[in-house]
Design a protein around this ligand. Sequence first.
Ligand SMILES: NC(=O)C1=CN([C@@H]2O[C@H](COP(=O)(O)OP(=O)(O)OC[C@H]3O[C@@H](n4cnc5c(N)ncnc54)[C@H](O)[C@@H]3O)[C@@H](O)[C@H]2O)C=CC1
Ligand SMILES: O=C([O-])CC(=O)C(=O)O
Length: 268
Amino acid sequence: MAALKLALIGCGAIGTAVLELLRADAGLQVAAIVVPGPSLAGARAVAAQLAPGAVVAEAVPEAGIDLVLEAAGHAAIEAHVLPALRRGVRCIVASVGALSAPGLPEALEQAAREGGAQVQLIAGAIGAIDALAAARIGGLEQVRYTGRKPPRAWQGTPAEEGRELAALTEPTVIFEGSARQAAQLYPKNANVAATVSLAGLGLDRTTVRLIADPGVSENVHQVEAEGAFGRFELTMRNQPLAANPKTSALTVYSAVRAVRQHLLPLSV
Ligand SMILES: NC(=O)C1=CN([C@@H]2O[C@H](COP(=O)(O)OP(=O)(O)OC[C@H]3O[C@@H](n4cnc5c(N)ncnc54)[C@H](O)[C@@H]3O)[C@@H](O)[C@H]2O)C=CC1
Ligand SMILES: O=C([O-])CC(=O)C(=O)O
């Protein structure tokens, strides 16, 4: 059988780690790596080591791609995922927070319908998305998400306004509001808030708290959900990636799992 041809969008912390893990997968060929112009040289160096056959370009090739994996950032959904779906290419999305932009979920559905393709949002750094999505069918009353990361993970975000992150000595709530607001204000840190909300009560009814905590070294994600099914509390203590402290290693494994689900005859 012909190998499944993958286009990887983004070649940063997640993309590079994904390439390492998928390197030896039978039946898979990394055919393209897509990054913006200024990142081309860096991506070519990574490709030379981990995906020597891949074309490195600024757009997904118009032909010869069976599956797209996005691990780039919110802007990549509009720029690359929508056109790929319209061409009929299945897409896996890590930047789930992009769906907080009004109209984007509908645009993704429309593009997928047009192309006869499907878009898959990965669970990424969070768990229990299956339980939450199932619980929604019976009716959910409340879903709360708390994201707690070391101060350095919040660098370059609105959390820096009015405070010096490096000087924090106590856990500090940097945001309280809806999942939609969280995903928009913290596009590199609150994708899981969007994922939890899309599986559960929606972007506007899911309450979110984000905390900069000098007492933790992990990225800690908590979900509390209540509804007709009963209730659950989930705590994940994720190891961050060395290449990007904002991002948990589990996100990489979740992306690799999603790709492998397209390769394996049986998957869990
Ligand atoms: N669902 C989840 O649990 C999580 C999702 N994410 C998402 O994954 C994204 C990538 O994370 P990392 O690899 O840690 O970030 P990173 O900053 O290390 O790498 C980003 C890569 O994407 C490329 N890029 C940026 N904008 C692009 C665009 N418009 N088109 C194509 N390529 C583009 C960059 O050149 C770089 O190669 C995050 O921005 C976030 O949206 C991150 C962590 C968890
Ligand atoms: O990787 C994580 O721990 C979560 C994250 O950055 C996000 O949800 O955007």
